[in-house]
Design a protein around this ligand. Structure first.
Ligand SMILES: Nc1ncnc2c1ncn2[C@@H]1O[C@H](COP(=O)(O)OP(=O)(O)OP(=O)(O)O)[C@@H](O)[C@H]1O
Ligand SMILES: [Mg+2]
Length: 219
């Protein structure tokens, strides 16, 4: 469930040994394992449909990694319905899309959160020609710069079924994490998802089954 208040975030940050803390500990361990195996730092978080829990997962993950004193950057690549700035209570007047369109330094645009080591690059304000920008050299420069400054980079995306930008972002990432939501994702969705992964040559580290009790699914 998404944090209802900022206090909920702080509670999750300080919590030790709760079920949620343990579950995210497991998810984190699987990601670290997958990252080492593949020498991966950049993960896109994907789902076939809207509202399957991508922004929720990415926000908890960011805080969970912050507990371990890792340097983590969350990039909001959901240009249709950006949410990370709302969740973390930060501005969105400059962000990822502005950097892609106009260039500029990552460090000047990234915003720090109250959690040590956890920074956010909000989606920003540009909505045109993003498909081209994502495939341009400014995207590669941006990701290379992020890799030098952070241990892990997670990219939030919009539903794969409606957004080509999400597939392009995933193709630019080192690997991806798939979110599947109970009672929402059906077998047709999974078939479509598989087709996208194959045609864009997207690597998958693992999948998260989003229920009240989150579970990490092996590939
Ligand atoms: N495990 C869960 N239990 C209860 N509610 C959840 C759970 N996961 C997500 N939600 C709720 O479902 C809604 C959608 O979640 P979220 O915004 O994370 O999805 P999303 O995939 O990022 O959506 P979008 O595709 O619009 O970006 C939110 O209101 C969130 O609080
Ligand atoms: Mg979202």
């Amino acid at each position: 469930m998404l944090f209802k208040t900022r206090k909920d975030m702080q509670i999750f940050y300080t919590a030790a040994g709760t079920k949620l803390d343990q579950e995210y500990g497991r998810i984190k361990a699987n990601i670290i394992f997958g990252a080492k195996k593949r020498n991966a730092q950049i993960f896109s978080v994907l789902s076939q449909n809207r509202q399957e829990g991508k922004s929720t997962l990415i926000s908890y993950l960011g805080i969970a990694f912050s507990k371990e004193e890792k340097r983590v950057l969350l990039i909001d690549g959901n240009f249709e319905n950006p949410k990370l700035h709302k969740i973390f209570g930060i501005e969105n007047d400059q962000g990822f899309s502005n950097l892609l369109a106009d260039g500029g330094g990552l460090q000047e645009t990234v915003l720090k959160t109250e959690f040590p080591g956890l920074s956010i690059l909000p989606a920003g304000t540009i909505s045109k020609q993003l498909e081209t920008s994502i495939q341009s050299s400014s995207m590669d420069v941006l990701l290379q710069s992020a890799k030098r400054k952070y241990d892990f980079i997670f990219i939030d995306t919009g539903a794969l079924q409606s957004m080509i930008t999400s597939k392009l972002l995933a193709a630019k990432s080192d690997s991806s994490i798939i979110v599947v939501r109970r009672m929402r994702t059906n077998s047709h969705d999974l078939q479509e998802l598989k087709t996208s992964l194959e045609s864009y040559d997207i690597h998958v580290t693992g999948a998260l089954f989003n229920t009240k009790k989150l579970a990490w699914l092996k590939r």
